[in-house]
Ligand binder design. Sequence first.
Ligand code: FES
Ligand code: MG
Length: 569
Amino acid sequence: MTKDRRNRAWYGKHDKDGFIHRSWMKNQGFPDHVFDGRPVIGICNTWSELTPCNSGLRELAEGVKRGVWEAGGFPVEFPVMSLGETQMKPTAMLFRNLLSMDVEESIRAYGMDGVVLLGGCDKTTPGQLMGAASVDLPTIVVSSGPMLNGKWQGQDIGSGTDVWKFSEAVRAGEMTLKDFMAAESGMSRSKGVCMTMGTASTMASLVEAMGMSLPTNAALPAVDARRMALAHMTGRRIVGMVEEDLVLSKVLTRESFENAILANAAVGGSTNAVIHLLALAGRVGVPLVLDDFEVGSDIPLLVNCMPSGKYLMEDFCYAGGMPVVLRELGAKLRPAKTVLGGDISAYAEGAECWNRDVIRSFADPVKPAAGIRVLRGNLAPKGAIVKPSAATPALLEHEGPAHVFESIEEMKANIDRDDLPVTADTILVLKGCGPKGYPGMPEVGNMPIPAALVKQGVRDMVRISDARMSGTAFGTVILHVSPETQAGGPLAQVKTGDRIRISASRGELTHLVEEDELKRRQAAWSPAPPHYTRGYAKLYTDSVMQAHEGADLDFLVGKDTRPVTRESH
Ligand code: FES
Ligand code: MG
């Protein structure tokens, strides 16, 4: 046992403080010898009945513990705030940074040497990684895993993606409300995260591509016995990582972020990955900017999963999962260390594809050039993004008149009006949905198609906002416009009838109004009063950075790895 292991400052002391640290732990029945200096492994758990996607994590924690004990470590499970994407108002994103603070301070304050992060639902994975990165102990991820494929009326249905489709079908009069309500139970029929390539499975896929989890972690269904075995093996591995001092920053390097960007394109991953990777890079100290996402722009879509394709995560797992994607990326992957200590290329070794329609090759992709495109121009000086794989190709080069909604309430109150003056060429603009504006930057950027147009058969149109959209959503939706309206970004100056031009191929987003006129509008503009004047939401609103910087709180950027020397008694 190494003498300088972090836990010795808690459990290795022969004084009043050591007595206190050990004695109270012993009330759980731990014998003397577990305090002998062996690696103490924190199991950071976001289990909650209010985060149904993470409801399988208590069992997985038991699997991790088996592995930790087996490898000679001492596992201790602790809860942190849990963020249930589908349950929290106004948006779970408001609390991602709060979770990260909970994770960071819990890891730092307690006497652990390594950490296993148990998360899954959208914000839990990035929030946990961000917090862990700011302490920088040996760290490894076990994800919830996706739900089994949704099944309804003999068909596979996908989390989120089919909710958007069904709800449009109801509005078009093509689906009854009775059928709509009945589909709920078939959509979510096991524990686990959304089984589309939404944000949760995207982040799990990128975690695997960054070498932060064991191979196959992303796609194994939540209820597959092999996920429990993976948890066990992860418990064994984290003990080794502590012995090797393989801290998180040795795995999360610039190269691993680039691999995540390549993988995000290949899997047709969520636009939310952009914001989470930027924030995470800020914690680790890796320089990463929005334009770096262009390294993935010519990578084709290889994984044929909703919302960009047709299959679901269960199919992706049975086809071979992320190891096959990493094998396809092959020489494009940057050399980067993983939690196993070797290079990421080892994750692809021996990977075989069992279904070529689910995971395609570069020679026969689902779609060409699938990576996130960054747009800039006088409407988004700091950038905006669009996901071509989920968009209508013809609309990616488009000019049209704006129809503006000044707030989410105005949009909801008017979108179904029969006399809304819009055509399929109209560009819908939604303001006030950025990090400061909502606050929390919700997933409302994929505004519904106006009812009048739905009835004409229109299923996609250009939509622009400072919001995000769900990773399960689709459409020609321009997101994360930065700076946001509430921060005085130029989106605030758009009026109904103004013309806007987008060109994804040239990376442009242009407000076609004279500069003098825009200056006049800017001078007459003032921000809306803040929604919250106290508590965490005030702290958030006062400190949150813009989307192109990852929407972290400004004082959380970076890390503090100094030992905590002061005792509480
Ligand atoms: Fe939790 Fe999709 S809502 S993973
Ligand atoms: Mg989401």
